[in-house]
Design a protein around this ligand. Structure first.
Ligand code: RB5
Length: 150
């Protein structure tokens, strides 16, 4: 199950991604917002990120004007690795190296066609594991206040 959310700056991207998910028959939960009226992005980041953190959803996508604010907010939630991506390479790396569980996109940065392409890459690229496992574990230790400096 995919969790999706946006503010007004990302609304058009979210709708395009929903259409893509419908076509691909990928189940999702839409946490809003429901139109282009101005709202505060942390609310949507919080709802989507918690849905992943608590295991109800496996991955998510969050869209705002730049993807930045909504990513900063989502990354405050335990277990969240939200990545702002605006091209194919960064999206692929976010999955392969960082095991990103939320894709963050900017409606004032990329168009709807690019958003759908990046969502497709995000959903269909696996984490490489290997040497990257240790680094993901270190991020988790930082999050849990148990990271040790050598
Ligand atoms: C809203 O105007 C804008 O600040 C927001 O969508 C986002 O870009 C924040 O990072």
């Amino acid at each position: 199950m995919i969790a999706i959310g946006c503010d007004h700056g990302g609304f058009n991207l979210k709708e395009a991604i929903k259409k893509y998910l419908d076509e691909k028959k990928v189940p999702y939960k839409d946490f809003g917002t429901a139109d282009c009226n101005s709202v505060d992005y942390p609310y949507y980041a919080y709802r989507v990120a918690n849905e992943i953190s608590n295991g109800n959803c496996t991955k998510g996508v969050l869209c705002c004007g730049t993807g930045i604010g909504i990513a900063i907010a989502a990354n405050k939630i335990k277990g969240i690795r939200a990545a702002v991506c605006d091209d194919e390479f960064t999206t692929e790396m976010a999955r392969k190296h960082n095991d990103a569980n939320i894709l963050c996109l900017g409606g004032r940065v990329i168009d709807e066609k690019k958003a759908v392409l990046l969502m497709d890459i995000f959903l269909n690229t696996s984490f490489d594991g290997g040497r990257h496992n240790k680094r993901i574990e270190q991020i988790s230790q930082i999050e849990n206040g148990i990271f040790k400096i050598n």
